[in-house]
Design a protein around this ligand. Structure first.
Ligand SMILES: [Cu+2]
Length: 157
């Protein structure tokens, strides 16, 4: 708690430090975050560690880490946490990136990882073009699909 509070104070100090006496560009600090939406109306999410990406679906899946942070086109490694995954019969997870507005996927088309300690490391997710990518994640137990969901992200080209 105190660490978080310190972070807020630190942020305020930096914010004030950014205001010089000219007063010319203060308002540019208050920008609305960009919202990127597919033609089908799916909104790209800002991926941050700890984010629940499975929606209401069970089991709950959160993103533990993305390397690098989702920003530019390129290769990504995602680590996902599948809550009670093994207990719910999940043994592997696949991810298929595609660009819904462009009608194409990527290579490798699908990446797959075995569940270990209720986590999987999915790589490479090759988001090679700027725009919105849909990452379809499927949780498998043997050949059976136990759950699936999609994450939409925006990357700059
Ligand atoms: Cu494309």
């Amino acid at each position: 708690m105190s660490g978080r509070f310190t972070g807020i104070i630190f942020g305020l100090v930096i914010g004030f430090a950014g205001c010089d006496n000219s007063g010319s560009s203060v308002s540019t600090d208050i920008e609305e975050p960009m919202v990127w939406t597919t033609q089908g109306g799916e909104e790209a999410q800002v991926i941050t560690p700890g984010l629940l990406i499975s929606g209401d679906g069970e089991p709950a899946v959160t993103i533990v880490d993305t390397t690098p942070l989702v920003e530019f086109s390129g290769e990504y490694t995602w680590v996902l946490q599948v809550e009670d995954g093994a207990a719910m019969g999940v043994d592997r997870v696949t991810a298929r990136p595609r660009m819904p507005d462009h009608g194409h996927g990527t290579l490798p088309a699908v990446v797959e990882a075995t569940l270990q300690d209720n986590q999987v490391t999915l790589e490479p997710l090759y988001l090679y073009m700027g725009g919105i990518w849909e990452i379809e994640v499927i949780l498998y137990g043997g050949e059976d699909s136990i759950s699936s969901f999609s994450v939409f992200v925006y990357v700059e080209g």
